[in-house]
Design a binder for this molecule. Structure first.
Ligand SMILES: [Zn+2]
Length: 240
């Protein structure tokens, strides 16, 4: 093998290695790149539903991977929003299986009602599900004040809160969580173990998601406390 061929072979191997590493760390590509793309293949009210309530709140809580896509995220959003009288938006998978195909990542997520609700809010709290065998909350987003209040209120209640690793840190401006008046929101990634603990018998199947636990109540109370503190923070009033 000539030197140039060897160099090309080496280059290709290194590139392939790099590609497989980036897939490992950044996750595989979504099946759908936009809502328009998804709409062409999936049927509303059959494969997915859009549930939302517009209220007069500065904070909007959202779960763009709700229902069966990232189980437990919808329940957190509804629990917080209904108890605090906040606007909320849920994009929920309702397929019998393979709801993960409905996952459009937070940067690309452009379903018009959801984007508009985010843009009309002062700030956004976006709830996601992540993998993980330990109950952990990964804290991300650009709204530092709201983030720290959430960290404080959840840690005080015994929850393990960690800074989100870069690929789920939710810091990109185009991420729906930051597409609001402050250009800054909070993104929480909840591990599978934590989300299962929100439901009786660790059963997060659709039929059991109405049966929430004390851990769920404690988690919602933490978010309520942090959000109430945050609403008293002056930045919120400067924006209006
Ligand atoms: Zn998600």
């Amino acid at each position: 093998m000539s030197i140039s061929k060897l160099c090309i072979a080496l280059f290709i191997s290194v590139s392939l290695l790099f590609l497989s590493f980036s897939t490992l760390f950044y996750g595989s590509e979504d099946y759908y790149v936009s809502y328009e793309h998804l709409m062409k293949h999936e049927v509303i009210n059959e494969d997915y539903v859009i549930n939302y309530k517009q209220r007069h709140s500065d904070i909007t809580a959202i779960a763009i991977h709700g229902g069966g896509i990232e189980p437990g995220s919808s329940e957190v959003v509804k629990g917080l929003a209904n108890q605090m009288d906040y606007s909320y938006y849920l994009f929920e998978g309702i397929k019998a299986t393979n709801n993960s195909i409905l996952h459009i990542n937070s940067l690309n997520f452009d379903e018009p009602i959801g984007r508009r609700m985010a843009q009309n809010s002062v700030t956004v709290l976006s709830i996601h599900g992540y993998t993980g065998e330990k109950p952990i909350i990964y804290l991300g987003g650009r709204n530092q004040v709201y983030k720290e209040l959430i960290r404080y209120s959840l840690q005080k209640r015994g929850f393990r809160v960690e800074d989100a690793p870069p690929h789920i840190a939710g810091t990109h401006e185009k991420n729906i969580v930051n597409d609001n008046q402050l250009k800054a929101g909070v993104q929480l990634e909840l591990t599978a173990e934590l989300r299962k603990s929100f439901f009786k018998n660790h059963d997060w199947s659709k039929k059991n998601r109405g049966n929430t636990t004390d851990i769920y109540d404690k988690f919602i109370n933490g978010l309520k406390e942090a959000s109430s503190f945050y609403e008293m923070y002056p930045t919120l009033y400067n924006v209006k």
